[in-house]
Design a protein around this ligand. Structure first.
Ligand code: SAH
Ligand code: DHB
Ligand code: MG
Length: 218
């Protein structure tokens, strides 16, 4: 298997399904200029999040892990009028860059960035359920984020979890890496969770080999 081939195929598919978008290109440039890690979802994955949000008619979306707002902009674009995206980010520098990017993308009105560690901001979100939750922050806390996602959703809501394969490192049950252990614990909890129906798929592309899990609340 060759990462170069994954990248080439992604370029081919991107040109067809997620063609150049000046706003999103600006977000990526701003991420780089700010010296932030370029670990946002790929364009095709962003497009997948957008479609999932539209398919489930999401009006209220929760994202855990904002970075510079790249995935948040894809999700916000799927919202109907009066829809709302709340995105949680630990680092104020990331949140500031994201806020500017949301403004440039014309979605700032429907997005709220909550700054702080997600486990500290999640309890403030209130009772109104979310229609879609995208989990994409510190993998060590993925099991806790899954529990919060279950508390904050309703029957029919969709939960999406990023980075559940990590170039296959997730196979290492004895891993000393808390990221891998968090990811594995979350995968196991999701699979065993009777309140949802779920699956997980591997993804290859411009970001190498990883995967995502998707669940629908019963
Ligand atoms: N969803 C983004 C990428 C998120 S990267 C996109 O695809 O565009 C992960 C982000 O989670 C980083 O910005 C990191 O600062 C943030 N993060 C890490 N630990 C966190 C925590 N405990 N609470 C909230 N955010 C956290
Ligand atoms: C990486 C990628 C991600 O999508 C993420 O959320 C965190 C880290 C990475 O490639 O290291
Ligand atoms: Mg991710």
């Amino acid at each position: 298997m060759s990462e170069a081939l994954f990248t080439e195929v992604d370029a081919y598919l991107e040109e067809l399904f997620a063609p150049d978008d000046a706003v999103l290109d600006g977000v990526l440039a701003a991420t780089r200029e700010a010296g932030m890690p370029e670990i946002q979802v790929s364009p095709l994955q962003g497009r997948l999040l957008y479609l999932l949000a539209k398919m489930c008619g999401a009006r209220r979306i929760l994202e855990i892990g904002t970075l510079a707002g790249y995935s948040a902009i894809w999700l916000a674009r799927a919202l109907p009028e009066n829809g709302r995206l709340i995105t949680l980010e630990a680092l104020s520098k990331h949140a500031e860059v994201a806020q500017r990017n949301m403004e440039a993308a014309g979605v700032a009105d429907c997005v709220t960035i909550l700054v702080g560690r997600a486990l500290e901001t999640l309890p403030s979100l209130g009772a109104e359920p979310f229609d879609l939750v995208f989990i994409d922050a510190d993998k060590e806390n993925y099991p806790a984020y899954l529990n919060w996602a279950l508390r904050l959703t309703r029957s029919g809501s969709v939960i999406v979890i990023d980075n559940i394969v990590r170039h296959g490192e997730v196979l290492d049950a004895a891993s000393a890496d808390a990221v891998i252990q968090g990811t594995r614990a979350c995968n196991a909890a999701l699979a065993a969770e009777t309140r949802v129906e779920s699956t997980a798929v591997q993804v290859v592309g411009v970001k190498g080999h990883d995967g995502l899990a998707i669940a629908r609340v019963r």
